[in-house]
Write a protein that binds this ligand. Structure first.
Ligand SMILES: Nc1nc2c(c(=O)[nH]1)N[C@H]1C(S)=C(S)[C@@H](COP(=O)(O)O)O[C@H]1N2
Ligand SMILES: [Mo]
Length: 372
């Protein structure tokens, strides 16, 4: 399956509205990473927003499309787009991050077969607009036994066993938080087909996999969904065989853990020794914020605090920068971030390696060569 990303020679602009600098791992299902230059913007443009799929992208006729809301509810609903537009429109800026982001660094520790070798760009930020999921659930009237809200998309994935539509669930407490949206717009434009048109879930601060695209069904349940992808997105013990484990054997992923990336200098940059600006972003996850980011240019002996942007809200990345002095010769830049609960990134990918390569939140390392 996926190997090193390639920059496409055909015009993806015409297919999924993506720029040609996207790092494409697979054409079908379409899996492409945001190019490094685009990660410096606070809001990611639609043509550079990363794309993560498990099946061909469906094109849905929004006029005949309906959303079913069922399960443990007093009043099951069937809603058209017009019905949804009668709810109050809400807008939330939120970063979406794939649980497999930065898997490439884990693969350097030990191979992870059959998974997309994402670099640091399976993450992007958009201004999402739509209706609050809490309002739709209130209209349906969730019953007291409803503990989880399940989402099912329209795309049937052959990667699942057995093949099934992509789905996932989140606990009711998160589902009824004001930031969770059923979104029909992205950066003030109609939601593109590649990002889930006509309607997708946005679960800010949680792994991207729970933000189900091409949403068709919401179901209130006593238990988490048994959809294949709910259990697939879990962290297994290092010695586990991912082919042999059962659904409950891993740590099911929900909220994202604090991590950061270095954007400048770029990988393989050649810089003169001396003062240089190092910059990047950090993302705290859940409803935490980034509290501090430090950088080191001497393998972690000394650390320089960075100038960190204030949070726009708890669900978005924060950019940072600092001047550091580069030594002559080979240098290793390290950046590490703390969140508002004082949790800090793991020191190295070895610590967090897991068989499916999820949730790599190790400190960012960048090797550069400094020559005058
Ligand atoms: N229906 C459906 N929803 C989905 C997926 C999918 O394959 N099908 N992929 C999920 C994963 S793993 C991620 S990281 C995000 C990616 O959203 P994006 O493609 O809009 O960036 O969508 C999630 N929602
Ligand atoms: Mo993902």
């Amino acid at each position: 399956m996926a190997s090193a990303p390639k920059v496409m020679d055909i015009d993806l602009m015409d297919i999924w509205g993506k720029c040609n600098e996207m790092l494409v791992y697979q054409d079908e299902p379409y899996n492409a990473e945001t190019p490094p230059g685009a990660l410096a913007a606070q809001i990611t443009s639609l043509d550079t927003f990363y794309s993560r799929n498990h099946a061909p992208i469906p094109r849905i006729d929004s006029a005949s499309w309906r959303l079913r809301v069922e399960g443990l509810v007093d009043r099951p609903l069937e809603l058209s787009m017009d019905d949804l537009h009668r709810f109050t429109e809400r807008t939330v800026v939120a970063t979406l991050q794939c649980a497999g982001n930065r898997r490439a660094d884990l693969i350097e520790v030990r191979e992870i077969p059959g998974q997309v070798p994402w670099g640091p760009g399976a993450i992007s930020t958009a201004r999402w607009s739509g209706v609050s999921l809490a309002e739709v659930l209130a209209k349906a009237g969730t019953q007291p036994e409803a503990a989880h809200i399940t989402f099912t998309g329209a795309d049937v994935s052959q990667q699942a066993a057995p093949p099934q539509p992509f789905g996932g669930s989140i606990p009711v407490a998160k589902a009824t938080s004001s930031e969770v949206l059923l979104a029909w717009a992205m950066n003030d434009q109609a939601l593109p087909a590649a990002h889930g048109a006509p309607l997708r879930v946005i679960v800010p601060g949680w792994i991207g996999a729970r933000s189900v695209k091409w949403l068709q069904r919401i179901s209130a349940q006593a238990e988490p969904t048994d959809n294949y992808f709910q259990a697939e997105y879990s962290v297994l013990p290092p010695e586990a065989d991912p082919e042999a484990v059962g659904p409950g054997d891993g740590i099911t992923l929900g909220p994202v853990a604090i991590h950061c990336a270095i954007l400048r200098p770029a990988r393989n940059d050649h810089l003169p020794p001396g003062p240089t600006e190092v910059s990047g972003f950090a993302f705290a996850g859940d409803d935490r914020t980034v509290a501090r980011v430090d950088v080191s240019a001497d393998h972690g002996s000394t650390w320089t605090p960075t100038d960190l942007d204030p949070p726009e809200n708890p669900w978005t990345w924060q950019h940072w920068r600092a001047m550091v002095t580069l030594p002559p010769g080979e240098a290793e830049l390290i950046a590490r971030a703390w969140d508002s609960t004082a949790a800090v990134q793991a020191e190295s990918p070895e610590t967090v390696w897991n068989p499916r390569g999820y949730a790599n939140n190790a400190a960012a390392h960048l090797h550069i060569t400094c020559r005058p």
